[in-house]
Every structure is written in structure tokens, then in C-alpha cells.
Design a protein around this ligand. Structure first.
Ligand code: PLP
Length: 370
């Protein structure tokens, strides 16, 4: 069996050593030493001044919307995980969908411009599959119209733009450290604010608005994370460079193996370097996609439809037509991608997609143990 994803699993002994320390201290949460250590190490690793660990990627989005005091309409992408849209609705704002660029799979800046009205207060864009949005164009639009920008960078650990972490763009970038992401803390996430005052506001809101015992400066939520999750993060961070390098190799291997396949692939913008965290292929029709998916499943391989359906068709939003996202959501398939995926497994997946008889390929099929 080849699943879609397997969480990166650091050596258990390394985690247990942290657990012994936590037990000895009896300090499990509330800005403990491991949370502080992980935040510092992540800032250094990513080259960021501001980064706060949070409960998860969804709470990070909610904190970002709240800290920027957004009201009214937020222009967002229909092609993302549901949390991007649900966070907007959860915060009492209205999602307005701008269609995507068929090449990058990300929100199209020209479509953003078309959707701006006096009610618009912000843009919430996702760097889909670790591939950066056109951040320069989005920044330009935001400046001209006085809008805030939030990036849902949940897929982007290790992604860079002009050599710098993509987490540094926007008024706030958010990310997720869910077990299925490239860098994980089991559950977890982070908010990364551009300026110091906003970072301080996020810090306050993440902790109930507490400034001191008995003193509260703003409304807040419990958006903290625990020592146990930080321990997992510290274990995984040691391997982050290795995971990233492997992922990029795996991405390039899929590219090479699937060269003859008549599908569309996501295109990165110049100056950007995606982390290769997902490998998405867009077929010509939904029927074709479902057929290939079935063939893979019959061979014990489980790709995933990401993201389906498009978010502009959700029941709890005002339905809006975003035809490019609708088409992509119906035709795209993400292939298995995780740290321990082998060359042989990738070759087998490619052979099935290419319609080759798997057993004929130098016995590769059998040695894969799938
Ligand atoms: C994973 C993900 C989220 C949610 O993160 P959680 O940590 O699971 O809450 C949000 N947006 C995108 C694009 C994601 O992939």
C-alpha cells in the first residue's frame, strides 16, 4: 500500500529524552522553555524576526483576521483547503472569491482587482502546494486600495522567494505544523507578522489578552501550544533540511518520470523556489482523472483530490462562479508524497499513470513491496 501521506517520524528516543525533561520540570504549557526554544530556532532557521507558535494553522488564520481587525469583505482564493474560507466566515467576515491563475493554481491578481468594492478590507491568499503567489502584484494592489494582506502559507515550510522564506510576505503569514505537513509538531502552527506592533498584538491575543495575572489588555483566545508539541517540533527541526532536500528530489523525479504524460503541472513564478511538498497533476477532464485515480487505487496506491470541491461552491458562502478553479478542482490529483517514499514506489506510480504494464519493468513492481 502506498498512502497519500505519511507523517515524518523522528526517532522515538529523541522525543522521549524531551519528555523526561518535561516530566522533571512539571511544566506542560504556557510559554514553556521548549516552546520558547522552538520559536527561537524556527526564527533563526527561517530568517524571520517575528514568529509565534500557535495551536494550529486554522487558529493562526483566525488570529490573523482578528489581529488586523478586519470587517466586511475579504477577497480570497476558491482553490485552497476549507480552513482558508471557514476562518473568514468564522470571524464574521464575507469571503469574496477571485478566480485563480491556471498556471500557478494561485489567486489571479487581475481577478482580485475586479472584485474590489468599498466593502473590501483585505486579501487572504494561499500559496497553493508550496508554490508562491504573485506577491509583488498582490502587494501593489493592496497598497493602491489600502487593503491588508494575509497569506495562508500552510504548505510552505522551506519555500523561498528571492532567496528568502515566503513566510516573510504579507501583513501576516500563517502556517500549519499539522502532522501531514513537511515540518510537523503533530498539531500546531505559527503566525508571522511583518511588524513588531502587530506581532505583539498577536502574542497578546494568542494568550487570552493577558498582560499579567489579573490584567487583560484585549479580547483573546487560547491559541497557545504545549511543551509536548514543541518537543515534537524540536525533534523534527533537526531533520528539516534533509526533509526539504529529499522532497525537492522526489518532486523532480516525478517530473522526469511523468514526462510523456499528457497533463498540466503547476508552474512556479520566476524568483520563487517551491518546497516540492505536493505533486499535483491536472488532467483534461474529470472522467480522465477519475479513471487514473481508480487505476492507482486498484494497485494499492492512494492519491488524493486536492482541493475538491472549489470553496466558492460551499453551502455556507454566497455561491460565486470561479470557472478556472471549478475546472481545476474537478481535474486535479495529488500524488503520494512523503519523506520515506522510495524511487521504486515513484516509478511504479508513474508506470501506472503512463499505462505501462508494471510487471514488465525490470521486476521493479515486485521489489516495491506494494
Ligand atoms: C493544513 C492547512 C490548513 C489548516 O491547518 P491546521 O493546522 O490543520 O489547522 C489551512 N490551510 C491550508 C492551505 C492547509 O493546507
Amino acid at each position: 500500500m502506498i498512502p497519500f501521506n505519511k507523517p515524518f517520524t523522528p526517532p522515538a528516543g529523541e522525543f522521549e529524552a524531551y519528555i523526561s525533561d518535561i516530566w522533571a520540570r512539571g511544566w506542560f504549557t504556557n510559554n514553556g522553555p521548549l516552546v520558547q526554544e522552538l520559536e527561537q530556532k524556527l526564527r533563526a532557521h527561517l530568517g524571520l524576526r517575528n514568529l509565534l507558535l500557535t495551536t494550529n494553522g486554522t487558529v493562526s488564520l483566525q488570529l490573523a483576521i482578528r489581529a488586523l481587525d478586519l470587517k466586511g469583505d475579504i477577497i480570497t482564493t476558491p482553490f485552497s483547503y476549507v480552513a482558508t474560507t471557514s476562518s473568514i466566515v468564522w470571524q464574521g467576515c464575507r469571503p469574496v472569491f477571485a478566480d485563480i491563475d491556471p498556471d500557478t493554481f494561485n489567486i489571479d491578481p487581475e481577478c482580485i482587482e475586479d472584485r474590489i468594492t468599498p466593502a473590501t478590507t483585505a486579501i487572504l491568499a494561499t500559496h497553493v502546494f508550496g508554490n508562491p503567489c504573485d506577491v509583488a502584484a498582490i502587494e501593489n494592489i493592496a497598497k493602491r486600495h489600502g487593503l491588508k494582506v494575509i497569506y495562508d502559507a500552510a504548505h510552505c515550510f522551506g519555500t523561498t522567494m528571492r532567496g528568502k522564506s515566503i513566510f516573510g510576505w504579507g501583513d501576516i503569514s500563517t502556517t500549519s505544523f499539522h502532522a501531514t505537513k513537511l515540518f510537523q509538531t503533530a498539531e500546531g502552527g505559527a503566525v508571522m507578522a511583518h511588524n513588531k506592533a502587530l506581532n505583539a498584538r498577536l502574542d497578546l491575543m494568542r494568550n487570552f489578552g493577558h498582560v499579567d495575572y489579573g490584567e487583560f489588555r484585549s479580547v483573546g483566545i487560547n491559541g497557545k501550544n504545549s511543551e509536548l508539541h514543541a518537543a515534537m517540533g524540536l525533534c523534527c527541526l533537526k531533520y528539516a533540511d534533509e526533509i526539504l532536500a529529499t522532497r525537492k528530489q522526489q518532486y523532480n523525479r516525478y517530473l522526469k518520470l511523468l514526462k510523456g504524460l499528457d497533463v498540466r503541472l503547476q508552474k512556479p513564478l520566476p524568483d520563487s523556489e517551491p518546497n516540492g511538498s505536493y505533486f499535483a497533476i491536472a488532467f483534461h477532464s474529470e472522467k480522465d482523472m477519475l479513471l487514473r485515480k481508480k487505476r492507482l487505487e486498484d494497485a494499492g496506491i492512494f492519491p488524493r483530490r486536492y482541493f475538491y470541491p472549489e470553496l466558492s461552491s460551499l453551502d455556507y458562502v454566497e455561491k460565486q462562479d470561479t470557472p478556472i478553479a471549478r475546472k481545476l478542482a474537478r481535474t486535479v490529483l495529488c500524488l503520494p508524497m512523503y519523506h520515506t517514499l522510495t524511487d521504486c514506489e515513484q516509478a511504479r506510480i508513474a508506470d501506472i499513470l503512463l499505462g505501462k504494464r508494471v510487471k514488465a519493468v525490470n521486476g521493479i513492481g515486485e521489489s516495491c513491496n506494494v
